[in-house]
Design a protein around this ligand. Sequence first.
Ligand code: S3P
Length: 439
Amino acid sequence: MTAAVLSARPGAPLSGTVKVPGDKSISHRSLILGAMASGRTTITGLLEGDDVLATAKAMQAFGAGVTRTGEGAWTVEGKGGLGEPDDVIDCGNAGTGVRLIMGAAAGYAITATFTGDASLKKRPMGRVLEPLGLMGATWLSREGGRLPLTLRGGGLAGVDYVLPMASAQVKSAVLLAGLKASGPVTVVEPEPTRDHTERMLTAFGASLTVTDHNDRRVITLQPGARLTASTVTVPGDPSSAAFPIVAALITPGSEVTVTGVMLNPLRTGLFDTLREMGADLTISNRRDASGEDVGDITARYSALKGVTVPPGRAPSMIDEYPILAVAAAFADGETVMRGVGEMRVKESDRIALMAAGLEACGVDVEEEPEGFIVRGTGKPPRGGALVETHGDHRIAMSHLILGLAAGAAVQVDEPGMIATSFPDFAPMMRRLGGVIEEA
Ligand code: S3P
């Protein structure tokens, strides 16, 4: 049974060395590309969170052989393409899972029906359906392109698509569909977003070029490539590392090291921002893991100050604003976070929920349509609230981290959802000395 409420209370300094789970973005992609390729893909360090497990099950339903061979160790027997599933594909809570799988499935002459949990059924799928439709896929969905929806693929044409928003999920869906298109596919990004799909497509044998045109990233995929199986070592997820790192920065006397964190520059905006706030962060043991830059990050308690985050940095830290807002609540002065309207269409409306949760903990927050401002006093916030997470894992983890250093304990509801991305979160924080318990 999962606890109804999890509680984090202030305690001793945090110390120790931990490893965070594999990167969620790369984990989804390794399973999907493995299923589309021919042969056996071997994956180590796969994130075994609920989101990724839903993608593993989906790939089986599309005909791949997916086997767990040990902790984080998986093989995918790809059949060189996706076959028609004989039942509904349930992607659970995972926006990345469903959007990327829809893109991949659209390339084949198959019909597939997708659904997800209550949160995923509220999220916009039109952003993916629109370009897939331009390429020739058809679908029937609930009002506003919401799940459940049925997609019919096959016979796709190439497309030149200018992304209306900075979204790696939409970019990836178009590129995955493009593998089976009759002509080239070009995607133009308003701002550079995480490039794992581009890197991994190349490793699996696709022919892809990336150029800069008028300051915009232009990705062109040539059709007709046959993907061949590959070996993937999934590096540690910087979005998960963010939690113990911020915990150390806000808890007096702490020093925590997180090993094997992916340092792809399109993912490290949070660490740049924390440094600007005065965070004592050091990176050591930089190395390469399967084409990604990886390092160990040590964070020591620091007196933080408020900053204005450049809006152009948003894509490189879009999932990290909730935990940045917690750091901002302990900082001295205003932290201004703008150009982050995309936060409203994540697993929850993260601007609204962070504002509500922080306010309940005694923090001064101002909400804007596309951003928010957190006004810290340089002292720990009061805490002492039960925070509603609307089933959003990052809202839950962010407020638990706040509780570890606030004036009084903080409780979060629906803590079972933390397992979507970070099943070991609470035990790991306990190993560092944090007091997180069922309440
Ligand atoms: C992801 C892209 C981002 C991010 C999500 C993972 C990916 O979403 O929020 O957690 O793996 O491509 P958007 O593409 O919607 O910004």
